[in-house]
Structure formats: C-alpha cells, structure tokens
Design a protein around this ligand. Structure first.
Ligand SMILES: [Zn+2]
Length: 316
C-alpha cells in the first residue's frame, strides 16, 4: 500500500477510536481499558510508544481484551524467538523516518522526515504466550509515587478551589477542592479521583508559554478550547495509566460532551479531518514527556544533594 494511503488510513482509524470513545463514555479511555497499569511499550526495546500510537495500541488492547501492554513488529518478535500465531492481525503504528534526497539546487544530500506506517503485534498474539505475573503494588504506595511525581513538576497547587478544580492561566496555578470533597465509587477511591483530576489540570499547566507553549488557535480556531480540553483529558489518561490510577466519568461529563459534540465541536473536526488527530496526540504525548523530564531532573538533583551531603558528613 502506498505510504500516503497508509497514513490516511492510520489517521482515520485513530480518529475513529477516539470519536467512538467520546461518544460512548463522554471522555477518552474511561471504560473498557482493563489492562494492567502502564503505557503501551515495545516488547523488545522496552521503549514507550508515543503520540497517536498510544491511542491506536490502547484501542487494540480494549477491542481484544489483551492484558499485555507490550507490542513489537513480526521481525522484532522473531529476533527474540517469538512467533506470531497464524492468522493474527496486527495493529498499525506510525513513526517518523528520514528519507535521503538530493537538493535540486545545491546537489547536497538532505534528510526529509516523513511518516511511516508499519505493523506490530501484541505479545498475547504470539505462540506459547504466558501471562507475566506483575507484582501488586498497594494503592497507598502507588499514590505516594503520584504525589511525588506531581510535586517534582514544581507546579503551584493550592486546595482553595471551593469545591472546584481548575487551572488559572493568569496566575499559572492549579486550584483544587479540599481532600474531603473527593468521593469514592465502586471502582475508584477518593484519592484516585483527586489525582485523575489533578493530572487533568496539570495537563493544562504544561501548555503554558514557558513550557510546551501550545498554540492551538492557528489550526483549531474556535475549537481551540475543546482541543485543549481533549489534550488535558488525554494527558490525564496516559499519566493515570502510567501509575495505575483508576479514572471514572466525573460530574463535568456534560460540559465535556458539550464542547466535543455538536456542529462546532471537536468531533466534527475529527470526522472531516482525521489528520487533526496527529497534532492533538503529539501534544498530549509531549506534555507527558515534559513532566517526565521534570521528574528525571528532580530525581537527579536529589541524588546529587544526597551525594554532596554524604561527602560533607564524612570525616576524611
Ligand atoms: Zn480542563
């Protein structure tokens, strides 16, 4: 299949997954995703998938009920002695590759980035797949990791929201309700609800001009608000999956639906221009990479501080 056609089909399939999820649950990746915590990653290199590939691979996981979040190409799996079962259908992923072309004017060789579509298979589609028993990390321990992760970003967060959760661009601050305001449900504890919402607001926080500097007005015009909401929601979904935080539909469900559906909503954009999914997915993925980077920096500083303090207390 020509790459252009493959790209179009890839974008269309991702947009379809997202539109379907929003129409069913009001928000992306709310129910049906019963996999173990963790983002889709490559089964051979261990690298996390990014951008629209997260949506596509999650969509496949949900559709087939796979618990494993590990994928790899036929060739990669064969290289580690794993054979894809006969008749299994793969999932499409897209990534940037570079094509060497000759500059018509200067004759110099230059590298042009282009989107390449290829196919990967879930580990559960291989012969002799044995589920890996993942050690259970207690909720309290996981939530302590989330708390530390959020603190490491340095975002200013105060619990003065009077029952509301919001990001205020003018003061670049996040405002949350008191801890007593979070309610539990059958599947979600109050603390998970708190962090799922905090991640949503942190998603908005990453868009500030001093951080990811998201400019959505040029491409999305009057739908910029709905687009920003979808990016914050997607950021929350991927960050929650990273730590195994359960998400559920919240009371703002109706507000989200209003901004995503209807003639001026984002869903119309995705139906008519499925390629719009690519910048949206990239923005949500870049936001997670950004907060991951802040965490790595904070951890490194902490290590250096401990090393220096250790040296200072040594009597040489
Ligand atoms: Zn929001």
């Amino acid at each position: 299949m020509p790459q252009n056609k493959a790209q179009e089909e890839f974008c269309q399939s991702i947009a379809d997954i997202l539109v379907q999820q929003i129409l069913t649950d009001g928000r992306p990746f709310m129910s049906g995703f019963k996999g173990r915590p963790g983002l889709p990653k490559n089964a051979v290199t261990g690298k996390r998938y990014n951008g629209a590939n997260i949506f596509g691979l999650w969509g496949s996981q949900i559709e087939h009920g796979w618990e494993s979040n590990e994928f790899a190409s036929y060739k990669q799996l064969a290289s580690v002695g794993k054979q894809v079962k006969r008749g299994e259908k793969g999932t499409k992923i897209a990534y940037f590759d570079r094509l060497a072309v000759e500059d018509a004017k200067t004759g110099d060789e230059k590298l042009i980035p282009f989107l390449k579509v290829s196919t990967v298979f879930n580990l559960e589609q291989t012969e002799g797949y044995e589920p890996v028993i993942v050690p259970h990390v207690p909720l309290g321990e996981r939530m302590a990791q989330v708390e530390q992760y959020i603190a490491n970003t340095g975002a200013v967060i105060t619990q003065d929201g009077n029952g509301q959760a919001y990001y205020k661009p003018s003061t670049d601050s996040i405002h949350l309700p008191d801890d007593g305001c979070w309610l539990s449900t059958d599947t979600m504890s109050p603390i998970e609800q708190k962090y799922a919402v905090t991640f949503h607001e942190l998603g908005h926080w990453t868009g500030h001009p001093t951080r990811c500097d998201r400019n959505l007005k040029t491409r999305f015009a009057e739908r910029a608000y709905a687009t920003e909401e979808l990016i914050a929601e997607t950021y929350s979904a991927v960050a929650c999956a990273k730590f195994g935080v359960t998400r559920e539909v919240d009371p703002n469900h109706g507000r989200y639906m209003a901004s995503w559906c209807g003639p001026a909503g984002l869903i119309e954009v995705l139906k008519h221009d499925p390629k719009a999914i690519m910048p949206i997915a990239s923005a949500a993925s870049a936001a997670l990479t950004y907060t991951d980077m802040l965490n790595e920096k904070a951890e490194m500083l902490e290590m250096m501080r401990n090393a220096v303090n250790g040296q200072l207390t040594l009597r040489l």
